[in-house]
Design a protein around this ligand. Structure first.
Ligand code: ZN
Length: 174
């Protein structure tokens, strides 16, 4: 829970009629990071949408897919996103036409609050690498017990590098 990142009513943003800057520092329950997440976000209301710009970073601990050691990974977000304001009660297709856009990926109902904390969580979670690799000095499978490493080598030779298989192997080793 980051105290500065309280939900903001869309109506309030509309009344404000200017960009709201929030700088924050803290930990999120659902994103266990090694050090506090630090950053700033800017939210501006634009009639049919809000634009959210963010710069933030932190470090998390990940487990390497190859050697299974834990390592530190930096997560950085420096970008912006447009969130459309569209009523859930109305026909979404119709609203897409009204807004002149093809896709409404992210939208909020006009009665809803914008939750900056959830936004920070989503943007940083998306920065988590899909392939987790501890770096150049990775010792690979040599750290695993021989029986497992030979099994994994065998499956690698057979071209079975399905990430789900790796997950399964990790479970077996634990
Ligand atoms: Zn590694």
């Amino acid at each position: 829970m980051i105290p500065n990142l309280k939900p903001i009513k869309l109506k309030e943003l509309k009344l404000l009629d200017s960009t709201r800057f929030i700088s924050f520092e803290g930990f999120l329950d659902n994103l266990p990071s090694i050090n506090p997440i630090k950053g700033t976000i800017e939210i501006s209301y634009q009639i049919k949408s809000i634009k959210v710009k963010g710069i933030m970073s932190t470090f998390i601990e990940l487990e390497c897919d190859r050697c299974l050691s834990n390592y530190k990974q930096k997560l950085i977000y420096n970008s912006e996103e447009v969130i459309w304001i569209a009523s859930l009660a109305e026909n979404v297709d119709e609203q897409k036409t009204n807004l002149g856009i093809e896709e409404i990926d992210d939208f909020l109902d006009p009665e809803e609050d914008f939750d900056p904390q959830h936004w920070v969580f989503e943007q940083l979670s998306l920065q988590t690498p899909l392939v987790k690799h501890c770096g150049k000095n990775c010792e690979g499978l040599s750290k695993l017990p021989r029986e497992f490493s030979s099994d994994i080598n065998k499956s690698n030779e057979m071209g079975m590098q399905d990430p789900r298989l790796l997950e399964l192997k990790k479970l077996l080793i634990k």
